[in-house]
Write a protein that binds this ligand. Structure first.
Ligand code: ASP
Length: 439
């Protein structure tokens, strides 16, 4: 068995956290490949090193004095090295970074140094090999991730080592310069490494014990999800539930490698398993609930719409011409409603309305703002009768007016539209009926 373990920024924010991480790695000799993030926040109000690097580099680029800020960053690493009692100096590295900032090496390079330096410390502390991600992760001329080349080079290179540390978040462009993934991208690196070494498990260590069924800001101490499929995860992530970078799923999914989300501060917890498919039933009919506020609905009415071929296309063309993507489009016989993001839609509202009139010639167009969408997701819904009925009676009992219902053909989720004001009440009502009442 071979495991790839990725540790997030809060797991590596201080020497104390580094110790916990090393203990976790040493507790299981199958944990052979380690992907660290940059040091995160040590306490609320603290700064993440990656943010500090972006700020510091912005000063360098504007020809302002960046040295004091860079010193603060270097101090974060000095503190960790000292706290671990390591016989290691990064002073030459710091000097090189200072020089490259002066030479304006780019903000991607700057941001990547957070993981790079943390990787060197981690490798030194564990006695593992250090493999610079710039030598094994590649992007093409257009800046797109080059999965084939990466897998080829990385798998060959990592085969040389029994154990190794590969820093997260970045790789290199064809000209050798550093390029980062989008924020939170160390999750992607972990997934790429897991694929390259054909790991049996990709463990992603963070500061929560897995995915929660609902947002803890809305539901107090929600239950966590034991097992979730990639598809369910995607539905929830799209609706705002975040623990893992979205793009981290693809490399391991192709290989059928499961992801196990774990908590560095509670390693005894099993966390959440993310898998391709499973015959494991979730504890409840639903796997998770997620939602977002800030939508508008554009309700278009036209008599005999149902028999007018091309009506939907014309309506959507008005959105397309204004560069607006739509979220959902439930329709009736003579009505069609298009859900869009309010902040994207507002500035172009009148242009879109004029466009719909011109292209589709409807009877009326009504716009409603300040709406929220809630996704109730669960592979168990397919085989359970009455799920929708339970959702709607729970909402009715809590005086929530349902504005829209959209059930995907996969029967994996039901999307409900409510007003922003009803958002929290609706989520609580759904959580209560499926989870609390089953406890
Ligand atoms: N350090 C990077 C960030 O803060 C990448 C990561 O942590 O995954 O976005």
């Amino acid at each position: 068995m071979k495991k790839v373990v990725k540790f997030g920024g809060s797991s590596l924010a201080s020497a104390e956290q580094f110790r916990k991480v090393a203990e976790i790695i040493r507790a299981d000799e199958e944990r052979k490949f380690v992907v660290p993030s940059a040091p995160g926040k040590r306490f609320s109000g603290d700064s993440k090193v990656t943010d500090m690097l972006y700020e510091c580099y912005a000063l360098a680029e504007a020809d302002q004095d960046f040295e004091p800020k860079l010193e603060q960053i270097c101090d974060r690493y000095r503190e960790i090295i000292e706290g671990l009692g390591l016989d290691l100096s990064l002073e030459d590295e710091f000097e090189q970074i200072r020089k490259n900032f002066r030479d304006k090496a780019g903000s991607n390079y700057a941001a990547s140094r957070g993981e790079y330096l943390n990787g060197i410390i981690m490798a030194g502390y564990l006695g593992f090999a250090f493999v610079d991600a710039a030598q094994v992760i590649f992007f093409d001329e257009k800046g797109e991730f080059d999965a084939d080349k990466t897998n080829r080079v990385m798998s060959r290179r990592l085969a040389e080592y029994e154990t190794a540390v590969v820093p997260g978040f970045y790789g290199s462009l064809p000209d050798g310069s550093v390029k980062t993934f989008s924020r939170g991208g160390s999750d992607i690196t972990g997934s790429i490494v897991a694929k390259a070494v054909q790991a049996d498990v990709y463990e992603n260590w963070t500061d929560v014990s897995g995915f929660l069924i609902a947002d803890p800001r809305i539901i107090k101490n929600p239950e966590s999800i034991e097992t979730i499929t990639y598809r369910e995860l995607r539905e929830l992530a799209y609706m705002g539930a975040t623990v893992l970078h979205e793009d981290a799923i693809f490399p391991v999914r192709q290989q059928g490698i499961p992801i196990n989300i774990r908590n560095t501060n509670a390693p005894q917890d099993n966390g959440t398993w993310i898998v391709g498919s499973t015959c494991q039933k979730s504890r409840y009919v639903i796997t998770g609930i997620a939602g977002k506020k800030g939508f508008c609905s554009v309700n278009i009415e036209k008599d005999m719409m149902n028999s007018e071929i091309g009506f939907g296309r014309k309506v959507l063309q008005a959105f397309e011409e204004n560069g607006i993507s739509f979220e959902h489009m439930p329709s009736g016989i003579d009505t069609l409603t298009v859900f869009v993001h309010q902040d994207e839609f507002m500035p172009k509202e009148q242009k879109v309305v004029a466009g719909i009139h011109r292209l589709a010639n409807p009877d009326t167009i009504e716009i409603e703002s300040d709406l929220a969408l809630i996704a109730v997701v669960g592979r168990g819904m397919k085989s359970t009768r009455g799920t929708a009925g339970r959702i709607f009676s729970a909402l009715a009992h809590n005086n929530v007016n349902v504005k829209m219902i959209d059930q995907g053909s996969s029967e994996l989720n039901i999307i409900i539209g409510v007003t922003n004001n009803d958002f929290e009440t609706a989520i609580k009502a759904i959580y209560d009926i499926f989870v609390v009442s089953q406890l």
